[in-house]
Design a protein around this ligand. Sequence first.
Ligand code: IMP
Length: 199
Amino acid sequence: MLVVAATQNAHKIKELAEITKDFGMELISRSEAGAADFDIEEDGATFEENSLKKARAVMECCGMAAIADDSGLVTDALGGAPGVLSARFAGVLGEGADAANNKKLLALLAKTPDAERTGRFVSVVTAVFPDGRVIAARGECEGRIGRTERGDGGFGYDPLFTPLGYEKTFAELPAAEKNKISHRAKALAALRERLSDSV
Ligand code: IMP
């Protein structure tokens, strides 16, 4: 099944393709589907709303099944922030955004003791089909927020996030290891179950 990935984030596309490679799904990018030239405002209050909005907009543009991921980091000490605002937490878009976001998060958590630096990555993936079917699934990965950035892999908040049961951050773990346990992997595994139930 040919599916358009609604995201333009190259890191996310790589992870989505890696995780779904055994799903019988061939992912193509928005530019390959001719649906790259517009922005989708992520103004929803929840990951679910934004994920649906992105998948629907891309499906409507190219008339093909589309899959979107809306994701972010939720911290307990900051009442859920950065949450749905994860990508634009520090107000910087494009190059430099990840570094600025991590710096802001570290500053806000500077006085938070280690025991309270808990949180989770959340991903909501939504598949929207031209026949009107909408299938969504959520995945979460619990962990801790560090005090310094560690590791060169991954993207976003990965250098600050150590998944529960591990010593290494997502940016220090090999990509294949992250892609087995991540929020995105869990959401896609649940989506896969629901997709096979729906056909
Ligand atoms: P979205 O495009 O609104 O879904 O933005 C998601 C944002 O959440 C990204 O730009 C990252 O800042 C953060 N994020 C989501 N998933 C991950 C991940 O796997 N690692 C690190 N950061 C992530």
